[in-house]
Write a protein that binds this ligand. Sequence first.
Ligand code: HSE
Length: 296
Amino acid sequence: MRVRVPATSANLGPGFDTLGMAFNLYNMVEMDFRPSGLVIEVEGLGKEFIPTNETNIVYQSAMRVFKLAGVEVPGLYMKLVNEIPLARGLGSSAAAIVGGVVAANCLCGGVLGVDALLQIATDVEGHPDNVAPALLGGFTIAGMENGKVRSVRLDPLSGLKAVVAVPEFSLSTHKSRGVLPANVSMQDAVFNVSRTAFLVAALCLGHVELLSMAMEDRLHQPYRCSLVPGMEQVWQAAKDAGAMSAALSGAGPCLLAFAMQNTAKIGQAMQATFAQNGVQAEILVLSPDRAGAMVV
Ligand code: HSE
């Protein structure tokens, strides 16, 4: 049995740890019981960095499901085929976790519902903004209430494309969270509340003229700027080439620009501007994924 899980971009500018969107770039998780032992095969991006023992995050996530479902696991076979670049801000760890929980749940006959799977995935990841769109697809709002994850899945604007510049270097979420302040000012908090509310309206109701302002942020991007050389120049180049808005994708270092057209020109501008700042980057033009994790 195989599960396909989409890449995701979290935050989308102001919606720190809250908003996320799924895109049509996928990791595959194949899983089956075997008589004994653990066998993990890995193909695709980042293969050399992915452990093939009990520390593997797909395996650990799957085991949480088996435990909750009360299912004895004699042995397990997993094959992971990854298209999502590792540690770049496109939700590779969320895809691994969601792939593990969905595949394990299928092997148990689907005993756990989607809310339970989202809770397990969030507990493993530590925040819900990547795992929610990876599981549910589309554009998601997710947050915590007394330790329980709450989420809403929305359909993203029709015709929306994301031009994503993927730098050659990786950046761990841990390092990228490490530069954030413990406290922010009331002014900056209000700034982000307004942008986040406008962003949800812009993406759901089609107010594209609001997108540029609605993706501004003061909670995390200004602090992460030093970790991604040329970040603001690349955003400006994307907008000058016709993008509606731009942001850091998740914790970075990928940069994402939303557009309806001119995607090739926007990609070239982002790549050239990154290069001027000494960063080689690959360009992906992605569309929102509406299905989320699915058995294929
Ligand atoms: N919201 C998270 C962050 C996403 O920006 O740190 C990365 O996993």
